[in-house]
Design a protein around this ligand. Structure first.
Ligand code: GLA
Length: 343
């Protein structure tokens, strides 16, 4: 009998505290890996990867020579297939997927699945390579031309810190969450819809603006004013002002200026709502509700948009009153956590 070795890989989800729709034009983002994540346990054998998930009715069964991950069924198997296509493991695997992340809520559940599957299938390269590989797998699986934030945050998480990521240099600077502050997530109750096609549209709009004025990462507000088409000008304005807000937010945290940091989150939400048009009435309403609570410093949509979770920066002593105010919505206090690991 051949003996098989058991591998367990864990990858966290992420919440993006500020800096959305900036990663795919080489801008700045400030997410953190959270204390919810996905665990993949496998034994290696055979010529396919067969995984059962505790949150999906049907298993994913992917042959090692999968040609087109985007056609795998059921839908969650596409992420597994994307990873199989990228890692190209010599041997298959059978095992389980367990997750504490809400799926499709804007907390990086697909990135956590990708990273955990890649590690479980034996990927052992550098963390940045892992993030890049998983980003490619996501694009192949879902057709969404996503940036690298979710995968890099899952891989590079640091306990107690947010991660200032320069998406051009692909550098990660840990930025400690100050004492007395907490990051909460409240689910809007709206499952994300249409995110895929609208995401690709926004990315194309950013590229059209860049064709006119050069990299948005380097553009000034004056450059933005020169964009001819009003809609593209608004998209570009969001990206340019959001990059500046991320850097200002990191500075405010370093100074312990939580009030200033919170105001930047509210401005970020307004920009995503008005200039980038990726928010929804349910997200807008939840952000306004949260920001009226004493001790809530700021709140905004997080991730791609179109539903899911709202993130809030709050004074630690106000967590109870937030919990009491959100009714029957699901909410979490997120702890900034370590990145993915194999055991
Ligand atoms: C999704 C993508 C990320 C990023 C965000 C928006 O989460 O996967 O790469 O673009 O949307 O900031």
């Amino acid at each position: 009998m051949t003996s098989t070795r058991r591998t367990t890989a864990y990858a966290p989800g992420r919440v993006n505290v500020i800096g959305d729709h900036t990663d795919y034009t080489g801008g700045f983002v400030l997410p953190m890996a959270i204390d919810l994540g996905t665990t993949v346990t496998v034994e290696r054998s055979g010529t396919s990867v067969h995984l059962r998930s505790d949150v999906e009715p049907s298993p994913a069964s992917v042959p090692l020579d999968i040609a087109d991950p985007s056609r795998a069924e059921p839908a969650w198997a596409r992420y597994v297939a994307g990873i199989v296509g990228e890692v190209q493991p010599p041997v298959g695997a059978r095992g389980t997927v367990r997750t504490t992340l809400p799926v499709g809520a804007g907390l990086g559940s697909s990135a956590a699945l990708e990273v955990a599957v890649a590690l479980a299938l034996g990927f052992d390269g550098a963390p940045l390579e892992l993030a890049r590989l998983c980003r490619r797998a996501e694009e192949r699986a879902s057709g969404v031309p996503c940036g690298i934030m979710d995968q890099l945050a899952s891989v590079a998480g640091v306990s107690g810190s947010l991660l200032l990521i320069d998406c051009r240099a692909l550098s990660v600077t840990p930025t400690p969450l100050p004492e007395g502050a907490a990051v909460l997530g409240v689910h809007s109750g709206q499952a994300r819809t249409l995110a895929g096609s609208a995401y690709a549209d926004r990315r194309a709009e950013c590229e059209a603006a860049q064709a006119e004025i050069g990299p948005l990462r380097d553009a000034s507000p004056r450059d933005v004013d020169a964009v001819h088409e009003p809609l593209l000008r608004r998209r570009a304005r969001h990206v340019v002002t959001e990059n500046a807000r991320v850097l200002a937010f990191a500075g405010a945290l370093a100074r312990g200026d939580l009030v200033g940091a919170g105001l930047l989150m509210v401005e970020s939400h307004a920009s995503l709502r008005d200039d980038f048009e990726v928010s929804t009435p349910a997200l807008d309403e939840l952000v306004s509700e949260l920001t009226t609570i004493d001790g809530v410093l700021g709140a905004r949509m997080t991730g791609g948009g179109f539903g899911g979770v709202v993130v809030a920066l709050v004074r630690e002593d106000a967590i109870g009153s937030v919990g009491a105010s959100v009714g029957n919505r699901r909410w979490w206090r997120f702890v900034p956590s370590e990145g993915a690991a194999v055991s």
